[in-house]
Design a protein around this ligand. Structure first.
Ligand code: CA
Length: 233
């Protein structure tokens, strides 16, 4: 079955180019001029992927992204943000509500197609892997998107959740920083790698990982991080 993609872009020329390009790759496209129209349509049918411009008349793309990521029905749909300025890129990558990828205008059609394919592949892999992981008193439920520690709920942001999930799925394996950045922030993420350290720090705080009596995420100096899910200091 053809994958359905929603495009929200107010500039007609760009909207048409995206539409034609993706249709040539056999995707089923629905195009919208405003975020409001796109969100309205998601109440009737859900796409496999959304391309969302940031600067839009009416509701802007960032607000729309936050709405999509805050609703259960739409939060797992991958969203690619279309940015026009580097200041917008900062805004998107700094967001915890989590755009899956971004494309900076002007972009080539092959780049567009590659990004769409990558986002769809990642989301399929995630859907297949839905499961409940329990390690060292921490339970992560991928379907419900909940985490508990010794039965007590732990509130995580979307990025913290994805980070923990990736680490837990690869218990005892060292995940290089580049892998984590690629998987969670997009494969061409060019922002500061400090973003990753910041997320690891807040995640440790929320899990009660104090590095001594409680230890879940180990720093592997110069390489990345490893989930040990035990108290090995
Ligand atoms: Ca625009």
């Amino acid at each position: 079955m053809a994958k359905r993609i929603f495009i929200t872009e107010d500039e007609e020329d760009i909207r048409e180019v995206i539409k034609c390009t993706l249709e040539s790759f056999s995707y089923e496209i629905q195009a919208f001029e405003s975020a409001e129209e796109c969100l309205e349509e998601t109440k009737k049918n859900l796409p496999d992927l959304i391309l969302m411009d940031i600067m839009l008349p009416g509701m802007d793309g960032i607000t729309a992204l936050e709405k999509l990521k805050s609703q259960k029905e739409t939060q797992s749909i991958p969203v690619i943000m279309l940015t026009a300025k580097s200041s917008e890129v900062d805004k998107v990558t700094g967001l915890d509500s989590g755009a899956d990828y971004y494309l900076t205008k002007p972009f080539g059609v092959l780049e567009l197609a590659a990004r769409v394919r990558a986002a769809l592949r990642k989301s399929e892999a995630y859907q297949k892997k839905s499961e409940v992981l329990t390690l060292g008193g921490i339970t992560l439920d991928a379907d419900k998107r909940t985490v508990t520690k010794n039965g007590e709920p732990v509130e995580l942001t979307l990025k913290e959740f994805e980070l923990l999930r990736l680490l837990m799925e690869n218990k005892d394996r060292v995940l290089p920083r580049e892998t984590l950045l690629d998987e969670i922030w997009g494969y061409d993420y060019v922002g500061e790698t400090r973003t990753l350290d910041m997320h690891v720090r807040t995640l440790r705080g929320k899990l009660g990982d104090n590095g001594e009596t409680q230890r879940y995420i180990k720093t592997v100096r110069g390489v990345g991080y490893r989930f040990i899910g035990a108290s090995e200091a």
